[in-house]
Write a protein that binds this ligand. Structure first.
Ligand code: FCB
Length: 447
């Protein structure tokens, strides 16, 4: 057996997002989000699931914090529901909503757990969608105002901030493919949305700098190795384009001041231009880079359209219940690539994990050896990235709890803790026990 030790102070955490766990979708003054509307308009989500109740975390947050404490977790990444604190997205504050997050933060601190707060994990206030949503440039200002409100109310107790979660997914799924809220299908809108997200991110970073100079702020991007689905030159070129359009698209503007040249070559005048002001705002230095990572993408050329396509069903490696290939070296590759290209000061893995179709045994135990193996193998690669010089300071497993997996509803389970949605009972899975040991010992044991 080999024992791999992580650097002292390495932060072991778990991640969730508001819409996926909170429930209480219209309680105590919360306004509707685009996800409330999307799930309530039939036919969009597997089995017609909604996040109306989800894991009922809004009412059970104390129990959930106690659970994290019992697992020895040192950090918890959660998101704030924008319409819970600003029901119309701007203007009137819902004090009950702010109070919920304030109590959650206090509870975490009492348990010795560092809160890492994501400001935007996809639940845009529906009222702002009616004003044009992310494709509308004004959203950047509204986002910065919302961020400032949260910084003012929680900033005395929260040291780690993530502005936006996975801007690439927001654009491609929400505005181009339309399988996520708000369900639009327009490449031009997707590109405009991405632009506003970048400006909003930069403005929020600036507001925080002004208010809380000591706070640490970054964003979480999803990075995936792009692998050509075949040897053909057309597919190889598609993989290179995919890399620019997905991996470099948001980080190039933040760290280098403009979209990657290949993106302009492929999409031409659809790609927005940065004004000089915007360029500066977007480049406001961040303290850390959050990387979400699950799999690699097999990419193929599609003569019909310039955007490279993910080759569905072409997997050649074992897959998770999402159909995502299990390819642990991809994590090290993307961490090392990000370090090479952008030299981030600090890096966190802000999400990594796997869905599997496990069922509890009669005793109630969940023997999810496949998830444990996935986490172990990916963590070995994270360890390798540190050895290669990546300033990786922490890891957040996705997810603490089984939860509402967007278009897949409750059919996909990512938790290290099982949730019985009938009774809301939480059961730590075998992978959760394993992860708790890793967190406590700061070491990985590999067979
Ligand atoms: C990521 C999302 C997260 C979760 C995982 C499986 O893209 O950020 O909310 O759904 O995928």
């Amino acid at each position: 057996m080999t024992r791999l030790t992580l650097p002292p102070g390495f932060l072991w955490g778990a991640a969730t997002a508001a819409y996926q766990i909170e429930g209480a979708w219209e309680e105590e003054g919360k306004g509707p989000s685009i996800w409330d509307e999307f799930t309530h308009t039939g036919g969009k989500i597997s089995d017609g699931d909604t996040g109306d109740v989800a894991c009922d975390h809004y009412h059970r947050y104390r129990e959930d914090v106690a659970l994290m404490k019992s697992l020895g977790l040192q950090a918890y990444r959660f998101s704030i529901s924008w319409p819970r604190v600003l029901p119309e997205g701007k203007g009137r504050v819902n004090e009950a909503g702010v109070d919920f997050y304030s109590r959650l933060v206090d509870e975490l601190l009492r348990a010795g757990i560092t809160p890492a707060v994501t400001l935007y994990h996809w639940d845009l206030p529906a009222a702002l969608d009616r004003l044009g949503g992310w494709p509308a440039p004004e959203m950047a200002e509204y986002f910065a105002d919302y961020a400032e409100l949260v910084f003012r109310r929680l900033g005395d107790r929260v040291g780690l901030w993530i502005t936006i979660n996975e801007p690439q997914v927001i654009c491609s799924h929400g505005y181009v493919r339309g399988d996520h809220a708000p369900g639009h299908q327009s490449l031009a809108e997707g590109l405009r949305a991405g632009h506003t997200l970048l400006v909003g991110h930069g403005m929020a970073v600036q507001r925080l700098r002004g208010l809380r100079p000591g706070a640490k702020v970054g964003l979480a991007v999803d990075l995936n190795p792009m692998v050509a689905a075949s040897e053909s030159e057309a597919d190889q070129a598609a993989a290179r384009r995919g890399h620019a359009l997905a991996n470099e698209r948001f980080l190039d503007p933040i760290y280098r001041g403009d979209y990657p040249p290949l993106m302009r070559d492929v999409l031409g005048r659809l790609v927005p231009e940065f004004t000089e002001d915007q360029r500066q705002v977007v480049q406001e230095p961040i303290d850390f880079l959050g990387i979400n990572h699950y799999s690699r993408w097999l990419v193929q050329h599609d003569a019909e359209q310039p955007r490279p396509q993910v080759a569905e069903g072409a997997a050649s490696l074992p897959v998770t219940a999402m159909g995502w290939e299990i390819y642990p070296p991809g994590l090290r590759q993307m961490l090392c690539w990000a370090r090479e290209r952008y030299s981030p000061r600090v890096v966190y893995v802000t999400e990594n994990g796997a869905a599997f179709d496990e069922e509890p045994e009669e005793s109630g135990r969940v023997e999810d050896g496949n998830r444990r193996a996935y986490l172990r193998d990916y963590l070995v690669e994270a360890h390798g990235a540190i050895a290669a010089g990546v300033p990786l300071r922490g890891y957040f497993v996705w997810s603490l709890l089984d939860n509402f997996e967007w278009a897949w509803g409750f059919s996909k389970r990512f938790g290290i803790v099982r949730v019985d949605y009938e009774t809301q009972q939480r059961t730590v899975k075998q992978s959760g026990e394993w992860y708790a040991r890793v967190a406590r010992t700061n070491a990985l044991e590999t067979e």
